[in-house]
Design a protein around this ligand. Structure first.
Ligand code: ATP
Ligand code: MG
Length: 308
């Protein structure tokens, strides 16, 4: 799947701005970005549901949106607010989706048997979807999204509001699908999920601001993250956010995690600022993580109003 110069305007708002993407087959491709950065809009254009203002899209060798009808049977799409029929059973929900995808009665029955097994719904086939827990519903929605064995699966924040263990199970399923040959594009706000992706793209205000594997992206921040242990972390944080070259200071327990705009020079200013404030603190280099990558990509260039 490839997009070039992908742009979407809503009136004056440029929701997606000249985005270039390349998603290799069988990859789990993660899509990150603050609220309103254009993730869902991009996904809807890639699925052929929304016409771009400009740009070219090639999905599974089809030109989108022109050939969107042909694409529909080859992709799956699980939306941010996925929907199930609450008053239909697990099996009936899957049966309905199989009919929508034009599976024959026999194909549907076989496929549903497989999915019920794979997604651990054996004892719940007759349970009404409305009575299941959030994590179970989400698992059923995923089973429904792959009923027609799509080559490519779009998942838009599929795991919002489910507990960590359900999220982990869900991701196991995603990797099983990738192993079986499916390409996945997943948007998420969870850094532990981002960590699992083969490749990440970060959007900020419609612009693609970072693109690479989790390791590549964290390596780019080498030398730019510090851990500051101070006796009075709140006061130390106040002193540090004012230092030129400091992008963010986050308190994690009693330690402050400091992200620098560039390697080097800010280090001395930090020691100086802490001394000036009369604070004793220990400043040590630390390993960058994906949260640092996210903050640096979405806050580094133009400071936001709510920046710390
Ligand atoms: N149909 C529409 N009409 C007008 N504006 C829209 C429309 N759809 C989206 N937008 C705007 O486009 C911007 C991007 O929205 P989008 O839903 O793509 O963001 P997102 O990255 O998915 O955010 P979130 O993480 O909150 O889901 C937002 O400012 C949104 O208000
Ligand atoms: Mg969204």
């Amino acid at each position: 799947m490839r997009a070039h110069g992908l742009t979407k305007r809503f009136g004056d708002l440029v929701a997606v701005n000249q985005v270039d993407l390349e998603v290799p087959r069988r990859h789990v491709y993660g899509f990150l970005g603050p609220n309103g950065s254009g993730k869902s809009t991009t996904i809807r254009m890639l699925c052929g549901l929304l016409t771009p203002t400009a740009g070219e899209i090639d999905v599974l060798g089809l030109r989108i949106p022109e050939q969107a009808d042909e694409l529909r049977t080859r992709i799956g799409y699980m939306t941010q607010k996925f929907s199930l029929f609450e008053d239909l059973s697990v099996r009936e929900n899957l049966g309905f989706l199989a009919a929508v995808q034009n599976l024959s009665k026999r194909q549907a029955a076989e496929r549903i048997d497989d999915l019920v097994e794979q997604f651990h719904f054996k004892d719940r086939q007759k349970q009404l979807a409305g009575t299941m827990s959030g994590g179970q519903k989400q698992r059923l929605a995923l089973a429904g999204a792959v009923i027609h064995q799509p080559e490519l699966l779009f998942l838009d924040e599929p795991t919002s509001a489910v507990d960590p263990e359900s999220r982990r199970d869900f991701w196991e399923k995603l990797f099983e699908l990738a192993d079986a040959g499916t390409t996945l594009l997943v948007s998420t706000h969870y850094m532990d999920e981002a960590e699992r992706c083969h490749h990440l793209a970060i959007l900020d205000r419609g612009v693609l601001v970072a693109d690479g594997s989790p390791d590549e992206l964290t390596e780019q921040l080498a030398g730019r993250t510090l851990a500051v242990s101070a006796e009075q972390p709140r006061r130390a944080q106040k002193a540090l956010v004012a230092v030129e070259g400091v992008i963010s200071v986050a308190q994690i327990g009693n330690t402050l995690r400091v992200l620098l705009a560039e390697d080097g020079s800010a280090h001395d200013r930090i020691e100086h600022a802490l001394r000036n404030a009369g604070l004793t603190a220990e400043v040590a280099p630390s390993q960058p993580n994906l949260e640092d990558v996210f903050v640096s990509a979405t806050r580094g260039q133009a400071p936001r109003e709510q920046a710390a």
